[in-house]
Design a protein. Structure first.
Length: 261
């Protein structure tokens, strides 16, 4: 695989039950900056948090974005703007975010190989817990794109979608995995995408039957360990402090919400 031939040990970092979901985005950003600077080696970060909608910068330019954000926030899903591609996602305590961050020597190379390897890793982890997961798009899916993890074929259920953030010295592949409590996400995504006039099929998401968040976290850790040489790390106060210093990065631009309604 693309990343394995030169890698040293990948450090696994886990942060659970973050009260403010933006701190998860901040952790990803802090890890990316440290890897790019050579202050940290390759890292796999997993985190869970309270509910949120993660929109993209492109979506904030839609004329109806303010209305979409207002509808989400009214039902307890604050909207944050992430700095990776794809489309809007919704998450809650039944969701897991995973990011894999590695140093790169040439940002022009490896984009598609990283996607392929990431999809394989997530699908393999879900198969460990009994899900018949495979790579492939799903009709009417959230965050539509070629690199999704699904079960049940093109009209089945999307369990995860992947996006990337690439800088001159580091690349981050990130994914949101929907494990449980997905019934809470359906109306949020339906209203958000509906406001933007973007298709969304409610049946395209669903719970992983009989599977818990801790089980999937364990399967992801095991799979990362089998893909790469891995060791357990720690999200310490220093890293959390750097994550919190980025909070302004995820705020919805005020001019997009002031016109809502």
């Amino acid at each position: 695989m693309l990343w394995r031939w030169y890698l040293s040990t990948v450090q696994i970092l886990i942060a659970e039950h973050l009260a403010y979901p933006g701190d998860g985005f901040g952790l990803q950003q802090a890890v990316l900056e440290e890897v790019a600077a050579g202050a940290r080696g390759p890292s796999a970060l997993m985190w869970t948090s309270s509910s949120y909608v993660g929109a993209t910068r492109l979506e904030t330019r839609f004329p109806s974005f303010g209305e979409a954000a207002m509808l989400a926030e009214e039902v307890g899903f604050p909207v944050l703007v992430r700095n990776s591609g794809g489309g809007a996602v919704a998450a809650n305590e039944g969701s897991i975010s995973l990011s894999l961050t590695f140093p790169v020597e040439d940002l022009r190379h490896g984009l598609y190989e990283r996607y392929t390897e990431g999809v394989e890793l997530v699908a393999a982890a879900l198969r460990r817990v009994g899900v018949e997961a495979e790579a492939g798009e799903v009709e009417g899916e959230f965050c539509p794109g070629a690199y999704s993890v699904r079960s049940g074929g093109p009209r089945g259920v999307k369990h995860a979608g992947l996006a990337q953030r690439v800088t001159r010295r580091a690349a981050r592949l990130e994914t949101l995995i929907l494990v449980s409590k997905t019934g809470e996400l359906v109306p949020v995504l339906r209203n958000f995408y509906g406001s933007l006039d973007v298709p969304f099929r409610p049946g395209s998401i669903g719970d992983l039957k009989g599977v818990s968040v801790p089980q999937v976290l364990g399967a992801l850790s095991t799979e990362v360990g089998e893909h790469y040489a891995a060791e357990e790390g720690r999200v310490d106060e220093g890293l959390l402090s750097r994550a919190r210093s980025h909070r302004n990065l995820w705020r919805v631009p005020s001019e997009t919400t002031s016109t809502a309604g």
